[in-house]
Design a protein around this ligand. Structure first.
Ligand code: ZN
Length: 264
C-alpha cells in the first residue's frame, strides 16, 4: 500500500516502517498515525514478515505529535472529542504496537521526544545511534501530565522516570543505555545496519516461539499492573488537558510551548 507520511518496506523477513516526514522532524500528524497503524497491520498480516522495525527518515526519529496541526484542528476540542481522538490514536494505536504478535525494534536517531518517546518505547527492543536523545518535556512545557501512554516508569524505573518528567530534561543515548532503556548504541552511520543485523538474527528464531515468549514477558508486566497503570494514566492525562496550566500553554500556542522548552 502507498502511504504519504509513512514508508513501508519489506526486505526478506524484516518489515521496516519509516516515519516519513523528515522536513517536520517526523512530527506525528493524524495521517502519519493512521498510516503507521495501517502499515503495522499490513506487516502483521504478511506471513513472510518475522520482525518489524520502526524507524525515522532524516535526522530525527520523531519530535512528537504535530502540534501545529493540533493547534489548528484540535485546540478547541471538547473533553469528549479529545478523549475519543486520543484514545484511538494515542492509546489504542500504541498498544497495538506493544501487543503486536511479532518482535518489534525501534531504530532511533536524533530527537525521540514526547510522542516519539512513546512510540519507540512501545517496541520490544531499541537500537539507538550515538546522537539520539530522549525526552518527555510536556509536563514542564504544556502542563500536561506526561504524554498519553505512561510507559516511562516501566522502561526507566520510577526514579529516572520522575527525574526526566519533573525536569523535562533530555537524556542521551549513552544514558539510555546505562539505564537499560535501549539495547544498543551505535555510530549514526551504522544505525541501519545494526538494526537490520539484529532484526535478521531474531528472524531466524522460530516465529511461534517468539510470539509466545513475547506474550509471556508482556503478561509478566501485565501481572505487575502494566496495562491497568497505562489505562489509569490515560484518564489522568485527559484531566490535565482541562487544567489551567494546559489552557495557558494552548492559548500561547502549543508549538511555541515546546519550542520554549527546548530553548530553556
Ligand atoms: Zn493528550
Amino acid at each position: 500500500m502507498a502511504y504519504e507520511h509513512v514508508l513501508s518496506e519489506v526486505r526478506g523477513p524484516v518489515a521496516t516502517i519509516w516515519l516519513n516526514r523528515p522536513d517536520k522532524r517526523n512530527a506525528q500528524s493524524r495521517k502519519l498515525l493512521d498510516e503507521l497503524d495501517a502499515a503495522l497491520a499490513e506487516a502483521v498480516r504478511d506471513d513472510a514478515v518475522r520482525v518489524i522495525v520502526f524507524a525515522g527518515k532524516g535526522d530525527h526519529f520523531s519530535a512528537g505529535h504535530d502540534l501545529r496541526e493540533a493547534q489548528e484542528s484540535r485546540a478547541d476540542f471538547t473533553v469528549e472529542e479529545r478523549w475519543a481522538y486520543e484514545e484511538l490514536r494515542y492509546l489504542d494505536y500504541s498498544l497495538r504496537i506493544w501487543d503486536c504478535p511479532k518482535p518489534t525494534i525501534a531504530s532511533v536517531q536524533g530527537a525521540c521526544v514526547a510522542a516519539g518517546f512513546m512510540v519507540a518505547n512501545m517496541c520490544d527492543l531499541v537500537v539507538a545511534s550515538e546522537d539520539a536523545f530522549f525526552a518527555d518535556p510536556v509536563v514542564r512545557t504544556l502542563g500536561a501530565c506526561a504524554v498519553e501512554v505512561l510507559v516511562h516508569p516501566w522502561v526507566l524505573g520510577a526514579r529516572r522516570a520522575k527525574e526526566i518528567l519533573f525536569t523535562g530534561d533530555r537524556f542521551s543515548a549513552a544514558d539510555a543505555l546505562s539505564w537499560g532503556m535501549v539495547n544498543r548504541v551505535v555510530p549514526r552511520a551504522e544505525l541501519e545496519t545494526a538494526t537490520s543485523d539484529l532484526a535478521n538474527r531474531i528472524a531466524e528464531t522460530p516465529a511461534f516461539a517468539l510470539k509466545l515468549v513475547k506474550k509471556s514477558i508482556n503478561r509478566t508486566l501485565d501481572i505487575q499492573g502494566f496495562r491497568n497503570a497505562l489505562n489509569a494514566h490515560f484518564d489522568t492525562h485527559q484531566l490535565s488537558h482541562v487544567a489551567e496550566a494546559f489552557k495557558t500553554a494552548r492559548d500561547a500556542g502549543l508549538a511555541n510551548a515546546i519550542q520554549k522548552g527546548k530553548d530553556s
